[in-house]
Design a protein around this ligand. Structure first.
Ligand code: NDP
Length: 483
């Protein structure tokens, strides 16, 4: 049994009331660890530690701060295998995926912001013969970072790295469903020489620990990634306190496929954009719109490819689809498949839980599922499922598909497949989304703004946007006296 500890004031410690929650391996359905069931006392201790660390950390020369974050990045890389295995056990994702994507990206996040902060410049505005304005960007102080379970260390570090690079001290909470790599990160931070209290990680339940972070008067900014409902709840607490907020929320992303696309490239990528990480990536394209002239061909080829995806033990190299994150999430996904049938949908493949043999016989697996015959405005096509389930629908015109694509409350990302540059540009202009991929998916440049419109969130992460979020601008205006 593995025991996770909080990381407060540079030390690994038990929760104040010594209560623990179970940590499940979703591939086996078995408890394999214990997580601190922390409360507001632990959050208070973490905020005190962060406050105490802030003066020295924020005043530290940028090169020194950067060097420490670089050491964290190097240590994540050095622990690639251990971290990838831990991520896979905690989350159910194939271990090869954690090794190829999650953990390298967590290392890159620290590397990126350790260097970005050295190139972060501020503005100056000259008023001819009158004055010069220059803008300082100062760290905020103590900030809160709350992240979800789907890409645990990847998204956790995507918040923490820019917050620390900008000179803030952090109180962070990973999802209680997948806490293990955040715990291993605390060990890495100690080894890297991160000063005590600069980063504090408090484990536990969202409504208990997460909410205590959001409510704490000394926490001046909240960076949150998770569901839209939770984001709205957090905003209702933080907004009256005038806390800065960055909210990365849910999605129901359209994948629009025109007949003039590069068919083979599109087909291969669409399988990935539908089912990578068991469909549990906020950027997965869960509504696939296909131009009618290639609809039947696409349907046949897509279903054939999806049927070849091996659902299996996340530790096996040949596994393409691992376990979904928890029993309750499996139930939610299956309930949406039942809803799709009630709404008149036809299951083309999948549509059921998968029971494996051997050590994974009690795990939470769902067959990759493709559904057709649904209207764009039914609940299955409007609500976020966040699992290995996609719907496919034909369309005839650009205008029609834009109407379908934009009909949801969400606006995170979208994908367009066409070799016509004018069509691609028109679509990119008109889609309600913070991110539009043309002829690709999940091609990420960390310098670009990341986030959504409508109910997919508020604010942008990535690049200098995150450094701007984690700093307060202060304008200084100096009058120039003319002799
Ligand atoms: P949740 O909103 O349930 O949880 C996200 C985090 O918030 C968890 O750490 C959770 O803790 C915590 N939390 C829950 N309740 C509260 C509260 N009252 N106050 C403060 N914190 C709280 O989301 P999931 O973890 O289920 O993640 C899936 C969602 O995340 C999907 O909707 C997905 O689209 C979205 N997402 C968005 C991304 C984006 O960039 N836009 C990227 C990835 C995911 P606990 O786990 O302990 O409940």
């Amino acid at each position: 049994m593995k025991f996770i500890q909080n990381y407060i004031g540079g030390k690994l410690m038990k929760p104040s009331d010594d209560q623990y929650l179970n940590d499940y391996n979703p591939a086996t359905g078995k408890v394999y660890g214990r997580i601190p069931d922390s409360d507001e006392h632990d959050v208070r201790a973490a905020v005190l530690a962060a406050e105490a660390a802030f003066p020295a950390w924020s005043q530290m020369p940028i090169e020194e701060r950067s060097a420490i974050l670089m050491r964290v990045s190097t240590l994540i890389e050095a622990n690639l295998d251990r971290l990838a295995e831990a991520e896979s056990i905690d989350n159910g994702k194939p271990v090869w995926l954690a090794k190829a994507v999650d953990i390298p990206r967590a290392a890159k996040n620290f590397h990126f912001y350790a260097t970005a902060i050295q190139h972060f410049a501020t503005e100056a505005h000259a008023m001819t013969n009158q004055a010069i304005n220059y803008t300082l960007r100062e760290p905020i102080g103590v900030v809160g970072c709350i992240s979800p379970w789907n890409l645990p260390l990847y998204l956790f570090s995507w918040k923490i790295a820019p917050a620390l690079a900008a000179g803030n001290c952090v109180v962070a909470k990973p999802s209680e469903v997948t806490p293990m790599t955040a715990f291993l990160l605390s060990e890495i931070c100690i080894e890297a020489g991160l000063p005590a209290g600069v980063l504090n990680i408090v484990h536990g339940l969202g409504p208990k620990v997460g909410e205590a972070i959001v409510k704490h008067p000394k926490v001046k900014a909240i960076s949150f990634t998770g569901g839209t409902k939770t984001g709205a709840h957090i905003a209702s607490i933080a907004a009256p306190e005038f806390k800065k907020m960055s909210l990365e929320l849910g999605g129901k992303n359209p994948n629009v496929i025109f007949a003039d696309c590069d068919y083979e490239e599109m087909l291969k990528t669409t399988v990935r954009s539908s089912f990578a990480n068991q469909g549990q990536i906020c950027l997965c394209g869960s509504r696939v719109f296909v131009e009618r002239s290639i609809y039947e061909r696409f349907k046949k080829d897509f279903v054939a490819k999806v049927q070849k995806l091996t659902v299996g033990d996340p530790m096996a190299e040949e596994t393409k689809v691992g376990a979904v994150v928890s029993q309750s999430h499996q139930e939610k996904i299956l309930s949406y498949i039942a809803l799709a049938k009630e709404e008149g949908g036809t299951i083309l493949t999948g549509g059921h839980a998968v029971q494996l043999e051997g050590r994974c016989k009690d795990g939470y697996f769902v067959a990759p599922t493709v559904i057709e015959g649904l209207s764009h405005d039914c609940r299955t096509n409007q609500e976020e499922i966040f699992g290995p389930v996609v719907t496919i629908m034909p369309f005839d015109t650009e205008e029609e598909v834009l109407g379908y694509a934009n009909s949801v409350r969400y606006g995170l990302s979208s994908t367009v497949w066409t070799t016509n540059i004018n069509k691609a540009t028109r679509m990119a202009q008109k889609l309600d989304a913070g991110i539009v991929w043309v002829n690709c998916w999940l091609l990420r440049d960390l310098r670009t703004p990341f986030g959504g419109v409508k109910d997919s969130g508020m604010g942008r992460e990535g690049g200098f946007d995150a450094l701007r979020f984690f700093t307060e601008p202060k304008n200084v205006c100096i009058k120039i006296k003319q002799d």
